[in-house]
Design a protein around this ligand. Structure first.
Ligand SMILES: Nc1ncnc2c1ncn2[C@@H]1O[C@H](COP(=O)(O)OP(=O)(O)OP(=O)(O)O)[C@@H](O)[C@H]1O
Length: 237
């Protein structure tokens, strides 16, 4: 059994700028790992390294013991980028069918999977609508549906709930919790503190450095604070 589906030890530079500085992390099955940090701290860059869109300058990213980037691993990863990568001139259904075909969803299962994920994000009534007629929040939800479509073992979600109303956000987090219980590893970046509290572990990132890792309770206890926000500020000095 592979105990750590994701192992990384990396430094990432763009030109002379060090964006991620000596980050070491092992992520396990069945956890929701939240990456928390100010704008520009390197969260998106880290997610891109994990899904093989970017390569480390030093060190390596291993997913299921294979060095990333590795095309065949993409079928086991569900990725939701910070900006939606959708074909707006197509309908939601056409988008889903396209992504299903490239992520290896079997033809016989495709229709049912599309219905399941669209129900989950509360968009089943809008399946045949062109994406250009979707609101920002609807596009976000469709992107999430696409990330979930092929039942991936790892979900990498960059601010998945931006623009989504509180009731649906709650429902989406309940789904994350269900997937987690089934052994899916979920990594999520967020700015929302109540979401941080729903993660099983958090990594606090600041100026490209991982300044603390632990469960929300551990981080609060270690800093003798009562909220993640306060804990973050204490760790950040
Ligand atoms: N392709 C690139 N070339 C040069 N610099 C980049 C590139 N991509 C990101 N950066 C820089 O890397 C730093 C980290 O960016 P990143 O998008 O990872 O931050 P973030 O923590 O995700 O921010 P936010 O919360 O605002 O999304 C920023 O200073 C950004 O300008």
């Amino acid at each position: 059994m592979i105990s750590h589906p994701i192992q990384l030890s990396i430094t990432k530079r763009y030109g002379k700028a060090t964006i991620l500085d000596g980050i070491e992390l092992s992520l396990q099955r069945g956890e929701i790992f939240g990456l928390l940090g100010p704008s520009g701290s390197g969260k998106t860059t880290l997610v891109k390294l994990l899904c093989g869109i970017e390569e480390a300058t030093e060190g390596s990213v291993q997913v299921f013991e294979e060095r990333m980037p590795d095309l065949k691993l993409m079928k086991r990863i569900g990725y939701m980028a910070q900006s939606d990568a959708l074909y707006v001139e197509l309908t939601a259904k056409e988008n889903l069918e396209f992504f299903a075909s490239i992520s290896g969803v079997k033809r016989a299962e495709c229709k049912e999977r599309i219905q399941d994920v669209m129900k989950l994000v509360d968009l089943e009534q809008h399946l045949n609508k062109k994406v250009e007629a979707y609101s920002g929040g609807m596009k976000r939800r469709l992107s999430l549906a696409i990330a979930l479509l092929h039942n991936p073992d790892i979900l990498l979600l960059d601010e998945p709930t931006v623009g989504i109303d509180p009731a649906l956000r709650q429902k989406i987090w309940d789904t994350f919790e269900e997937l987690r219980k089934k052994g899916v590893l979920i990594l999520v970046t967020t700015h929302v503190m109540d979401e941080a509290d729903r993660c099983t572990r958090l990594g606090l990132i600041r100026e490209g450095k991982l300044i603390a890792v632990g469960s929300p309770d551990q981080l609060k206890t270690n800093t003798q604070t009562t909220t993640i926000e306060q804990a973050f500020l204490t760790y950040g000095g």
